[in-house]
Design a protein around this ligand. Structure first.
Ligand code: PHE
Length: 453
């Protein structure tokens, strides 16, 4: 693919929904609500908004600038703009992270599909132990979990092969509104449950005494992951943005949508859980063990509504996961297509086949198979650790340093204010964050993950 025939998003809304689709993912549902509930409710949400404004948005704008300026895949983008070879590796790091994450993210997306089916055939009924056994047997088995991983990757493949406008943009224009409609219906249904008010209070009652430095650093880490930073995604998508797109405004809009979805997810989870006196947790066990049990009990008197809620909830998760998966897949696909001079179709095929292999191995590693353990943890856990805790902070840090300290200021300001046609007063503030604040915050996140601060 040459840059002349490079695709672009055809509309503002398509561009916004595709980018928001990448940001809105499982992290919004399985981590944010729990963190907010545990750490001071509305007080945490305020801290989180601060993290998005101080770290998330400036980093997002920087990736947008690199992507739109270079008009190429993430690896080439950084290579093109970097003053030396060292910074050129940032793009490769992002592409590699995105590629590895595609494999294991597909596994969890596959679990969501299994739970839509299990809800639809009314299989999710039993004691709390039943849900645990059901999940362990399914996720650790060699059958359906692997099958769904493959199917989810094939669906993603079909979208990617169709290209930016016909594939990614069209899929996002359908999936994101569907996700919002499901979210709203679910919030209304769960908030009407008896005792739901306690859940709303738990999520939203501000308790500033719970805000400690640790909570602040955790919130920073969550904002970084939730906005899909440092994976080459935002840079790749921005390479499809037309000149009219206002990068800072888009970054704020994405940050807002991402947080709105996370809060609404909390307004489903907590009211439902509190109405039956269950303490919600986080991660896979929340989605696949705790919540099916909660839905079953909360709607025991209205089984039809319970049935619908369960299907809708997993459909919502699947949509959130798929739009993120599409963005991950796109990063590696366009990288291969442009660097190896092959068609999008062949690039996508190579990515899909490799991700099917990685994804299947990740899925199998759940069953405790010895040969799929690395350093005492499953392949799944290992990939999650190495990408999320090591590659992402390093990529994000180097990106900020590159943009803040090495790229020509004129180029950055042209991209920031659309060659002077978009009046904004915040450019100096953005530069300050990128140069000083963001690197310090990312180093804090990195050290905190290893227990150093
Ligand atoms: N931003 C996504 C979420 O909140 C996470 C994600 C990770 C998306 C990796 C794409 C790639 O779940």
């Amino acid at each position: 693919m040459s840059s002349e025939e490079r695709a672009s998003f055809s509309s503002k809304i398509g561009m916004l929904l595709a980018t928001a689709g990448s940001a809105v993912g499982l992290g919004n549902v399985w981590r944010f609500p729990y963190m907010a509930g545990e750490n001071g409710g509305a007080a945490f949400i305020l801290v989180y908004i601060g993290c998005v404004v101080l770290l998330g948005v400036p980093c997002m704008i920087s990736e947008f600038i690199i992507g739109r300026e270079s008009g190429s895949n993430a690896a080439r983008a950084y290579k093109k703009l970097s003053p030396n070879k060292f910074f050129g590796i940032i793009g490769y790091l992002g592409v590699l992270a995105a590629f590895l994450i595609t494999g294991y993210y597909a596994v969890v997306s596959g679990w969501c599909v299994e739970y839509i089916v299990a809800s639809a055939v009314n299989k999710l009924h039993g004691s709390p132990d039943f849900f645990k056994t059901f999940f362990d047997d399914f996720a650790g088995g060699a059958g359906r979990a692997v099958m769904w991983t493959v199917i989810v990757l094939l669906i993603t493949h079909v979208v990617i092969v169709k290209g930016v406008r016909e594939g990614i943009e069209k899929a996002s224009k359908f999936m994101m509104p569907a996700l919002f409609i499901l979210l709203i219906i679910m919030v209304v249904l769960t908030c009407m449950l008896p005792g739901a008010g306690k859940g709303v209070e738990y999520l939203l009652y501000p308790d500033f005494s719970k805000i400690t430095p640790k909570v602040f650093i955790d919130a920073l880490g969550q904002s970084f992951y939730s906005l899909s930073l440092a994976m080459g995604i935002l840079c790749t998508y921005a390479s499809y943005y037309v000149k009219k797109v206002k990068l800072p405004k888009t970054a704020y809009q994405i940050g807002f949508i991402d947080m709105l979805v996370a809060i609404l997810a909390g307004l489903i989870i907590f009211p439902a859980a509190f109405s039956v006196g269950v303490e919600p947790d986080s991660g896979p066990s929340l989605l696949f063990v705790t919540l099916p049990n909660v839905f079953q009990n909360a709607f025991a008197n209205y089984p039809v509504i319970g049935y619908i809620v369960s299907i809708f909830f997993y459909a919502l998760l699947t949509l959130a996961a798929l739009t993120s998966l599409i963005s991950l897949h796109e990063v590696s696909t366009v990288f291969l297509a442009e660097e190896m001079h092959i068609s999008r179709k062949w690039g996508a095929t190579a990515v899909t086949i490799s991700c099917i292999i990685i994804g299947s191995l990740c899925s199998l590693s759940f069953g405790g198979r010895e040969w799929l353990q690395i350093g005492g943890q499953s392949l799944f856990g290992f990939l999650d650790f190495i990408t999320g805790q090591v590659m992402l902070p390093i990529g994000g840090l180097l990106s900020c340093i590159l943009v803040g300290w090495f790229l020509p200021k004129k180029m950055i300001s042209d991209q920031y204010n659309n060659w002077g046609t978009y009046k904004t007063h915040l450019f100096n503030w953005y530069l300050f964050c990128t140069k000083f604040l963001c690197p310090v915050l990312i180093i804090l996140i990195f050290l905190h993950q290893f227990g150093i601060v």
